[in-house]
Design a binder for this molecule. Structure first.
Ligand code: FAD
Length: 430
Protein backbone atom coordinates (compact mmCIF):
# COMPACT_ATOMS: atom_id res chain seq x y z
CA UNK A 1 0.00 0.00 0.00
CA UNK A 2 1.31 3.48 -0.85
CA UNK A 3 2.11 5.46 2.28
CA UNK A 4 0.59 8.94 2.36
CA UNK A 5 3.20 11.19 3.91
CA UNK A 6 2.58 14.77 5.00
CA UNK A 7 5.60 16.99 5.62
CA UNK A 8 5.22 20.25 7.50
CA UNK A 9 7.97 22.65 6.35
CA UNK A 10 9.50 22.98 2.90
CA UNK A 11 13.07 23.83 3.90
CA UNK A 12 16.25 21.81 3.51
CA UNK A 13 15.22 18.84 5.66
CA UNK A 14 11.59 18.83 4.50
CA UNK A 15 12.48 18.85 0.82
CA UNK A 16 15.15 16.16 1.30
CA UNK A 17 12.57 14.04 3.14
CA UNK A 18 10.02 14.66 0.39
CA UNK A 19 12.39 13.57 -2.38
CA UNK A 20 13.62 10.52 -0.43
CA UNK A 21 10.10 9.40 0.48
CA UNK A 22 8.78 9.95 -3.04
CA UNK A 23 11.75 8.05 -4.50
CA UNK A 24 10.82 5.22 -2.15
CA UNK A 25 7.30 5.17 -3.58
CA UNK A 26 5.31 7.25 -1.08
CA UNK A 27 2.64 9.80 -1.98
CA UNK A 28 4.01 13.00 -0.46
CA UNK A 29 2.49 16.39 0.35
CA UNK A 30 4.58 19.28 1.68
CA UNK A 31 2.77 21.97 3.66
CA UNK A 32 4.69 25.25 3.79
CA UNK A 33 3.45 28.41 5.46
CA UNK A 34 5.47 30.85 3.36
CA UNK A 35 4.68 31.74 -0.24
CA UNK A 36 7.47 29.48 -1.50
CA UNK A 37 9.65 26.67 -0.25
CA UNK A 38 13.38 26.81 0.47
CA UNK A 39 13.74 30.53 1.25
CA UNK A 40 16.54 29.98 3.75
CA UNK A 41 18.41 27.68 1.39
CA UNK A 42 18.80 30.59 -1.03
CA UNK A 43 20.68 32.57 1.64
CA UNK A 44 23.09 29.82 2.60
CA UNK A 45 26.83 30.16 2.12
CA UNK A 46 26.37 33.81 1.06
CA UNK A 47 24.19 32.63 -1.81
CA UNK A 48 26.62 29.85 -2.79
CA UNK A 49 25.30 27.14 -0.41
CA UNK A 50 27.96 25.31 1.52
CA UNK A 51 25.91 22.15 1.39
CA UNK A 52 28.12 19.77 3.34
CA UNK A 53 31.68 19.20 4.53
CA UNK A 54 34.01 16.27 3.83
CA UNK A 55 35.97 16.63 7.09
CA UNK A 56 35.50 14.44 10.14
CA UNK A 57 32.25 15.39 11.88
CA UNK A 58 33.45 14.68 15.42
CA UNK A 59 33.63 17.85 17.50
CA UNK A 60 31.61 19.80 14.93
CA UNK A 61 28.17 19.38 16.53
CA UNK A 62 26.53 20.35 19.81
CA UNK A 63 23.49 19.22 21.72
CA UNK A 64 22.38 20.23 25.19
CA UNK A 65 22.47 16.56 26.14
CA UNK A 66 25.99 15.13 25.80
CA UNK A 67 24.55 11.59 25.54
CA UNK A 68 22.83 12.63 22.33
CA UNK A 69 26.12 13.38 20.58
CA UNK A 70 26.69 9.70 19.84
CA UNK A 71 23.29 9.62 18.11
CA UNK A 72 24.31 12.61 16.00
CA UNK A 73 27.55 10.93 14.93
CA UNK A 74 25.81 7.61 14.21
CA UNK A 75 23.34 9.48 11.99
CA UNK A 76 26.16 11.21 10.13
CA UNK A 77 27.93 7.90 9.64
CA UNK A 78 24.78 6.33 8.23
CA UNK A 79 24.23 9.26 5.89
CA UNK A 80 27.53 11.06 5.45
CA UNK A 81 28.83 13.89 3.29
CA UNK A 82 29.55 11.50 0.41
CA UNK A 83 25.95 10.26 0.60
CA UNK A 84 24.80 13.89 0.38
CA UNK A 85 26.93 14.46 -2.70
CA UNK A 86 25.63 11.23 -4.27
CA UNK A 87 22.04 12.21 -3.38
CA UNK A 88 22.42 15.53 -5.18
CA UNK A 89 24.34 14.02 -8.07
CA UNK A 90 21.44 11.61 -8.48
CA UNK A 91 19.24 14.69 -8.87
CA UNK A 92 21.63 16.12 -11.46
CA UNK A 93 23.59 18.53 -9.25
CA UNK A 94 27.35 18.12 -9.29
CA UNK A 95 29.39 19.40 -6.36
CA UNK A 96 32.92 20.54 -5.66
CA UNK A 97 35.01 20.25 -2.51
CA UNK A 98 37.07 23.26 -1.49
CA UNK A 99 40.36 23.21 0.38
CA UNK A 100 38.68 23.48 3.80
CA UNK A 101 36.46 20.45 3.07
CA UNK A 102 33.39 22.59 2.38
CA UNK A 103 31.29 21.32 -0.53
CA UNK A 104 29.45 23.65 -2.91
CA UNK A 105 27.35 23.17 -6.03
CA UNK A 106 29.53 23.36 -9.17
CA UNK A 107 27.97 26.65 -10.23
CA UNK A 108 28.28 28.07 -6.67
CA UNK A 109 24.65 29.15 -6.66
CA UNK A 110 22.36 28.16 -3.81
CA UNK A 111 19.41 28.50 -6.17
CA UNK A 112 20.62 25.44 -8.11
CA UNK A 113 20.31 23.34 -4.96
CA UNK A 114 16.73 24.46 -4.48
CA UNK A 115 16.01 24.02 -8.20
CA UNK A 116 17.02 20.34 -8.23
CA UNK A 117 15.04 19.62 -5.07
CA UNK A 118 11.93 21.28 -6.48
CA UNK A 119 12.39 19.60 -9.83
CA UNK A 120 12.76 16.17 -8.16
CA UNK A 121 9.57 16.86 -6.17
CA UNK A 122 7.72 17.78 -9.35
CA UNK A 123 9.05 14.74 -11.21
CA UNK A 124 8.04 12.38 -8.39
CA UNK A 125 4.58 13.88 -8.02
CA UNK A 126 5.16 15.55 -4.63
CA UNK A 127 2.34 18.00 -3.95
CA UNK A 128 3.68 21.29 -2.55
CA UNK A 129 1.13 23.46 -0.81
CA UNK A 130 2.41 26.95 0.03
CA UNK A 131 0.77 29.77 2.03
CA UNK A 132 -0.76 27.24 4.41
CA UNK A 133 -1.17 27.78 8.15
CA UNK A 134 -1.51 24.57 10.13
CA UNK A 135 -4.15 24.94 12.84
CA UNK A 136 -4.39 21.47 14.25
CA UNK A 137 -2.83 18.05 14.00
CA UNK A 138 -5.12 15.22 15.02
CA UNK A 139 -3.00 12.11 15.46
CA UNK A 140 -4.63 8.68 15.64
CA UNK A 141 -3.08 5.24 16.03
CA UNK A 142 -2.85 4.67 12.29
CA UNK A 143 -2.11 8.13 10.94
CA UNK A 144 -3.76 11.47 11.36
CA UNK A 145 -5.22 14.62 9.87
CA UNK A 146 -3.90 18.14 9.55
CA UNK A 147 -6.33 21.03 9.51
CA UNK A 148 -4.96 24.09 7.79
CA UNK A 149 -6.04 27.24 6.04
CA UNK A 150 -4.58 28.36 2.76
CA UNK A 151 -4.22 32.00 1.82
CA UNK A 152 -5.52 32.68 -1.67
CA UNK A 153 -4.16 35.68 -3.62
CA UNK A 154 -5.39 37.24 -6.80
CA UNK A 155 -1.88 36.69 -8.03
CA UNK A 156 0.76 34.49 -6.35
CA UNK A 157 2.82 36.63 -3.94
CA UNK A 158 6.04 35.64 -5.69
CA UNK A 159 4.81 36.88 -9.06
CA UNK A 160 3.31 40.29 -8.51
CA UNK A 161 6.70 41.94 -7.95
CA UNK A 162 5.41 44.12 -5.08
CA UNK A 163 6.36 41.98 -2.13
CA UNK A 164 3.58 40.38 -0.14
CA UNK A 165 0.08 41.29 -1.32
CA UNK A 166 -2.94 41.00 0.92
CA UNK A 167 -4.66 37.66 0.51
CA UNK A 168 -8.17 37.95 -0.90
CA UNK A 169 -9.50 35.02 1.09
CA UNK A 170 -8.59 31.98 3.14
CA UNK A 171 -9.60 28.47 2.32
CA UNK A 172 -9.94 25.94 5.13
CA UNK A 173 -8.85 22.41 4.26
CA UNK A 174 -7.64 19.14 5.73
CA UNK A 175 -5.08 16.53 4.80
CA UNK A 176 -5.20 12.91 5.89
CA UNK A 177 -1.89 11.11 6.22
CA UNK A 178 -0.40 7.80 7.27
CA UNK A 179 2.90 9.33 8.40
CA UNK A 180 3.77 12.88 9.34
CA UNK A 181 7.22 14.48 9.15
CA UNK A 182 7.73 17.67 11.10
CA UNK A 183 10.44 19.70 9.33
CA UNK A 184 9.59 23.22 10.43
CA UNK A 185 13.14 24.31 11.29
CA UNK A 186 14.15 26.50 14.20
CA UNK A 187 13.72 30.17 15.00
CA UNK A 188 16.83 31.44 13.22
CA UNK A 189 16.26 33.99 10.44
CA UNK A 190 12.46 33.96 10.97
CA UNK A 191 11.87 36.08 7.87
CA UNK A 192 12.62 32.93 5.84
CA UNK A 193 9.69 31.16 7.48
CA UNK A 194 11.37 29.30 10.34
CA UNK A 195 9.62 31.38 12.98
CA UNK A 196 9.65 28.89 15.84
CA UNK A 197 6.07 27.74 15.23
CA UNK A 198 7.40 24.20 14.69
CA UNK A 199 8.19 23.96 18.40
CA UNK A 200 4.53 24.53 19.28
CA UNK A 201 3.51 21.78 16.84
CA UNK A 202 6.08 19.41 18.39
CA UNK A 203 4.73 20.26 21.86
CA UNK A 204 1.21 19.58 20.63
CA UNK A 205 2.41 16.07 19.69
CA UNK A 206 3.78 15.46 23.19
CA UNK A 207 7.40 16.53 22.83
CA UNK A 208 9.40 18.68 25.19
CA UNK A 209 11.57 21.57 24.01
CA UNK A 210 15.06 22.37 25.28
CA UNK A 211 15.27 26.21 25.54
CA UNK A 212 16.00 27.63 22.11
CA UNK A 213 18.80 30.20 21.76
CA UNK A 214 20.44 31.91 18.78
CA UNK A 215 23.68 30.27 17.59
CA UNK A 216 26.17 31.06 14.81
CA UNK A 217 25.48 34.67 15.61
CA UNK A 218 27.26 37.92 16.44
CA UNK A 219 27.94 38.76 20.08
CA UNK A 220 26.81 42.04 21.60
CA UNK A 221 29.40 43.40 24.01
CA UNK A 222 29.61 46.01 26.75
CA UNK A 223 31.64 49.14 26.04
CA UNK A 224 30.95 52.52 24.52
CA UNK A 225 34.00 52.40 22.26
CA UNK A 226 32.69 49.95 19.66
CA UNK A 227 31.40 52.74 17.38
CA UNK A 228 34.98 53.98 16.96
CA UNK A 229 36.20 50.59 15.69
CA UNK A 230 33.09 49.51 13.75
CA UNK A 231 33.93 48.14 10.32
CA UNK A 232 37.38 46.87 11.29
CA UNK A 233 38.25 43.40 10.00
CA UNK A 234 41.32 41.83 11.53
CA UNK A 235 42.94 38.43 11.66
CA UNK A 236 42.86 37.47 15.33
CA UNK A 237 42.95 34.63 17.81
CA UNK A 238 39.99 34.73 20.19
CA UNK A 239 39.47 32.83 23.43
CA UNK A 240 36.16 32.61 25.24
CA UNK A 241 36.08 32.48 29.03
CA UNK A 242 32.93 31.56 30.94
CA UNK A 243 33.09 32.49 34.62
CA UNK A 244 36.85 32.70 34.17
CA UNK A 245 37.29 29.22 32.65
CA UNK A 246 38.41 28.75 29.06
CA UNK A 247 35.40 27.53 27.08
CA UNK A 248 36.47 27.89 23.44
CA UNK A 249 39.10 29.27 21.11
CA UNK A 250 39.14 30.16 17.42
CA UNK A 251 41.39 31.86 14.89
CA UNK A 252 40.22 33.79 11.85
CA UNK A 253 38.90 37.06 10.53
CA UNK A 254 37.26 38.99 13.34
CA UNK A 255 34.80 41.73 12.40
CA UNK A 256 34.09 44.60 14.76
CA UNK A 257 30.68 46.21 14.68
CA UNK A 258 29.15 49.17 16.47
CA UNK A 259 27.67 46.81 19.08
CA UNK A 260 30.29 44.07 19.44
CA UNK A 261 32.08 41.29 17.59
CA UNK A 262 31.27 39.23 14.52
CA UNK A 263 32.89 37.03 11.88
CA UNK A 264 33.34 33.27 11.51
CA UNK A 265 35.48 32.77 14.67
CA UNK A 266 32.83 34.57 16.73
CA UNK A 267 30.02 32.53 15.14
CA UNK A 268 31.86 29.33 16.07
CA UNK A 269 32.00 30.20 19.79
CA UNK A 270 28.66 32.03 19.91
CA UNK A 271 26.48 29.09 20.97
CA UNK A 272 28.68 28.54 24.05
CA UNK A 273 28.53 32.25 24.88
CA UNK A 274 24.75 32.41 24.31
CA UNK A 275 24.17 29.42 26.61
CA UNK A 276 26.44 30.93 29.26
CA UNK A 277 24.64 34.30 29.18
CA UNK A 278 21.29 32.45 29.34
CA UNK A 279 22.57 30.90 32.58
CA UNK A 280 23.66 34.42 33.68
CA UNK A 281 27.35 33.44 33.69
CA UNK A 282 30.08 35.99 33.04
CA UNK A 283 31.35 35.75 29.50
CA UNK A 284 34.56 37.36 28.28
CA UNK A 285 36.34 37.14 24.95
CA UNK A 286 40.11 37.70 24.92
CA UNK A 287 41.30 38.91 21.54
CA UNK A 288 44.88 38.70 20.31
CA UNK A 289 45.06 41.12 17.40
CA UNK A 290 48.72 40.30 16.83
CA UNK A 291 48.38 36.51 16.67
CA UNK A 292 49.57 36.47 13.08
CA UNK A 293 52.54 38.78 13.61
CA UNK A 294 55.76 36.93 12.91
CA UNK A 295 58.39 37.60 15.58
CA UNK A 296 58.34 40.18 18.38
CA UNK A 297 57.80 43.80 17.29
CA UNK A 298 60.96 45.85 17.75
CA UNK A 299 61.20 49.49 18.81
CA UNK A 300 64.76 49.84 17.49
CA UNK A 301 65.10 52.86 15.21
CA UNK A 302 61.37 53.71 15.66
CA UNK A 303 61.74 56.49 18.24
CA UNK A 304 60.84 59.22 15.73
CA UNK A 305 57.49 57.65 14.84
CA UNK A 306 54.19 58.57 16.43
CA UNK A 307 53.03 55.69 18.66
CA UNK A 308 49.77 55.47 16.70
CA UNK A 309 51.77 55.19 13.48
CA UNK A 310 53.96 52.45 14.96
CA UNK A 311 50.90 50.43 16.04
CA UNK A 312 49.27 50.96 12.63
CA UNK A 313 52.16 48.98 11.17
CA UNK A 314 50.86 45.98 13.11
CA UNK A 315 47.11 46.37 13.09
CA UNK A 316 44.19 48.42 11.77
CA UNK A 317 44.52 52.18 12.24
CA UNK A 318 41.23 52.43 14.14
CA UNK A 319 42.49 49.88 16.67
CA UNK A 320 45.81 51.67 16.98
CA UNK A 321 43.97 54.92 17.72
CA UNK A 322 41.70 53.26 20.29
CA UNK A 323 44.62 51.67 22.14
CA UNK A 324 46.48 54.99 22.27
CA UNK A 325 43.39 56.75 23.61
CA UNK A 326 42.88 54.03 26.24
CA UNK A 327 46.48 54.21 27.41
CA UNK A 328 46.56 58.00 27.46
CA UNK A 329 49.00 58.42 24.58
CA UNK A 330 48.58 61.69 22.67
CA UNK A 331 47.91 61.70 18.94
CA UNK A 332 51.25 63.39 18.21
CA UNK A 333 53.27 61.60 20.86
CA UNK A 334 56.30 59.80 19.48
CA UNK A 335 57.73 56.47 20.59
CA UNK A 336 60.72 58.32 22.10
CA UNK A 337 58.45 60.72 24.03
CA UNK A 338 56.15 57.95 25.31
CA UNK A 339 59.01 55.71 26.38
CA UNK A 340 59.49 51.98 25.77
CA UNK A 341 57.44 50.87 28.74
CA UNK A 342 54.26 52.67 27.66
CA UNK A 343 54.68 51.66 24.02
CA UNK A 344 55.19 48.01 25.00
CA UNK A 345 52.04 48.32 27.13
CA UNK A 346 50.16 49.37 23.96
CA UNK A 347 51.48 46.34 22.09
CA UNK A 348 50.49 44.17 25.03
CA UNK A 349 46.98 45.68 24.96
CA UNK A 350 46.63 44.60 21.32
CA UNK A 351 47.57 41.08 22.34
CA UNK A 352 45.23 41.01 25.33
CA UNK A 353 42.14 42.92 24.27
CA UNK A 354 39.20 41.89 26.46
CA UNK A 355 35.51 42.32 25.73
CA UNK A 356 32.60 41.42 27.98
CA UNK A 357 29.76 39.69 26.16
CA UNK A 358 26.35 41.02 27.18
CA UNK A 359 24.16 38.84 24.92
CA UNK A 360 24.03 37.10 21.56
CA UNK A 361 22.50 39.05 18.71
CA UNK A 362 18.84 38.31 17.97
CA UNK A 363 17.27 35.31 16.21
CA UNK A 364 16.87 37.55 13.14
CA UNK A 365 20.66 37.57 12.77
CA UNK A 366 21.36 33.97 13.75
CA UNK A 367 22.19 31.27 11.20
CA UNK A 368 20.98 28.46 13.44
CA UNK A 369 19.57 27.83 16.91
CA UNK A 370 20.68 25.64 19.76
CA UNK A 371 18.00 23.71 21.66
CA UNK A 372 14.78 22.21 20.33
CA UNK A 373 13.26 18.73 20.54
CA UNK A 374 15.58 16.42 22.56
CA UNK A 375 17.23 13.76 20.44
CA UNK A 376 16.42 11.22 23.13
CA UNK A 377 12.74 11.66 22.12
CA UNK A 378 13.35 10.28 18.60
CA UNK A 379 14.56 6.94 17.23
CA UNK A 380 17.61 6.31 15.02
CA UNK A 381 15.32 6.98 12.04
CA UNK A 382 13.93 10.13 13.67
CA UNK A 383 10.56 8.59 14.49
CA UNK A 384 8.93 10.23 17.48
CA UNK A 385 9.09 8.14 20.64
CA UNK A 386 6.14 10.17 21.96
CA UNK A 387 3.78 9.97 19.05
CA UNK A 388 3.88 6.91 16.73
CA UNK A 389 3.71 7.70 13.02
CA UNK A 390 5.40 11.09 13.42
CA UNK A 391 9.00 11.91 12.49
CA UNK A 392 10.99 15.02 13.44
CA UNK A 393 13.95 16.26 11.41
CA UNK A 394 16.42 19.09 10.83
CA UNK A 395 17.07 22.04 13.04
CA UNK A 396 13.85 21.52 14.97
CA UNK A 397 15.88 18.93 16.89
CA UNK A 398 18.34 19.76 19.65
CA UNK A 399 21.41 19.60 17.42
CA UNK A 400 23.45 22.42 15.92
CA UNK A 401 26.70 22.39 14.04
CA UNK A 402 29.51 24.85 13.52
CA UNK A 403 29.89 26.86 10.29
CA UNK A 404 31.13 24.98 7.24
CA UNK A 405 28.23 22.98 5.80
CA UNK A 406 27.56 20.90 8.92
CA UNK A 407 24.05 22.22 9.55
CA UNK A 408 22.81 21.48 6.07
CA UNK A 409 24.44 18.03 6.31
CA UNK A 410 22.29 17.44 9.40
CA UNK A 411 19.19 18.62 7.54
CA UNK A 412 19.84 16.36 4.51
CA UNK A 413 20.78 13.33 6.65
CA UNK A 414 17.80 13.52 9.00
CA UNK A 415 15.45 14.35 6.12
CA UNK A 416 16.53 11.39 3.99
CA UNK A 417 16.61 8.91 6.90
CA UNK A 418 13.14 9.94 8.09
CA UNK A 419 11.71 10.15 4.57
CA UNK A 420 12.87 6.66 3.73
CA UNK A 421 11.74 5.21 7.05
CA UNK A 422 8.32 6.86 6.80
CA UNK A 423 7.93 5.40 3.31
CA UNK A 424 8.64 1.95 4.72
CA UNK A 425 12.06 1.60 3.07
CA UNK A 426 14.65 2.56 5.68
CA UNK A 427 17.95 3.86 4.32
CA UNK A 428 20.28 1.00 3.33
CA UNK A 429 17.95 -1.61 4.77
CA UNK A 430 15.75 -2.17 1.75
C1 FAD B 1 22.04 33.31 6.41
C2 FAD B 1 22.20 31.83 6.62
C3 FAD B 1 23.23 31.16 5.98
C4 FAD B 1 23.42 29.79 6.21
N1 FAD B 1 24.42 29.15 5.52
C5 FAD B 1 24.61 27.82 5.71
C6 FAD B 1 25.59 27.12 4.95
O1 FAD B 1 26.23 27.66 4.03
N2 FAD B 1 25.79 25.79 5.26
C7 FAD B 1 25.06 25.14 6.21
O2 FAD B 1 25.31 23.96 6.45
N3 FAD B 1 24.08 25.78 6.90
C8 FAD B 1 23.82 27.08 6.65
N4 FAD B 1 22.81 27.71 7.33
C9 FAD B 1 21.93 26.92 8.22
C10 FAD B 1 20.93 26.07 7.40
O3 FAD B 1 20.32 26.88 6.42
C11 FAD B 1 19.87 25.45 8.30
O4 FAD B 1 20.51 24.70 9.31
C12 FAD B 1 18.92 24.55 7.53
O5 FAD B 1 18.25 25.29 6.53
C13 FAD B 1 17.89 23.92 8.45
O6 FAD B 1 17.02 23.15 7.70
P1 FAD B 1 15.54 22.87 8.23
O7 FAD B 1 14.84 22.14 7.15
O8 FAD B 1 15.59 22.26 9.57
O9 FAD B 1 14.88 24.30 8.41
P2 FAD B 1 14.59 25.42 7.33
O10 FAD B 1 15.50 25.28 6.18
O11 FAD B 1 14.57 26.69 8.08
O12 FAD B 1 13.13 25.07 6.81
C14 FAD B 1 11.99 25.12 7.63
C15 FAD B 1 10.79 25.34 6.73
O13 FAD B 1 9.61 25.12 7.46
C16 FAD B 1 8.69 26.16 7.21
N5 FAD B 1 7.82 26.28 8.40
C17 FAD B 1 8.16 26.67 9.65
N6 FAD B 1 7.10 26.60 10.47
C18 FAD B 1 6.06 26.14 9.73
C19 FAD B 1 4.70 25.88 10.00
N7 FAD B 1 4.20 26.07 11.24
N8 FAD B 1 3.91 25.46 9.00
C20 FAD B 1 4.41 25.27 7.74
N9 FAD B 1 5.69 25.50 7.41
C21 FAD B 1 6.51 25.92 8.40
C22 FAD B 1 9.57 27.37 6.99
O14 FAD B 1 8.90 28.39 6.30
C23 FAD B 1 10.73 26.77 6.20
O15 FAD B 1 10.45 26.74 4.82
C24 FAD B 1 22.57 29.07 7.10
C25 FAD B 1 21.52 29.75 7.72
C26 FAD B 1 21.33 31.12 7.48
C27 FAD B 1 20.17 31.82 8.14
Amino acid sequence: MTERIAIIGGGASGLAAAVAAAQAGAAVTVIEHRDRVGKKLLMTGNGKCNLTNMNDVHGKYYSSNADALSQIYRTLERFNASDTRAFFQGLGLYTREKRDGGVYPMGEQASTVLDVLRSACLHRGVCILTDCDVHKIRQTESGGRISYSRRIYEQPASQNGKGRPTPVREEKAGLTYDKLILAAGSQAAPATGSDGSGYALARQLGHSIVPVLPALVQLRCAGGYFKSIAGVRAQAAITLYVDGTKAGAEVGELQLTDYGISGIPVFQISRIAAAARYRKQACTVHIDFLAQLEGEPSLDGQGHKRVEELLSGMTHKKLAALICRRLGIGVQETVAQAGAERVLACIDALRHFEVDVSEPNSFENAQVCSGGVPLLEVSEDFASLKCPGVYLVGELLDCDGICGGYNLQWAWATGVLAGRAAAGRPWRNQ
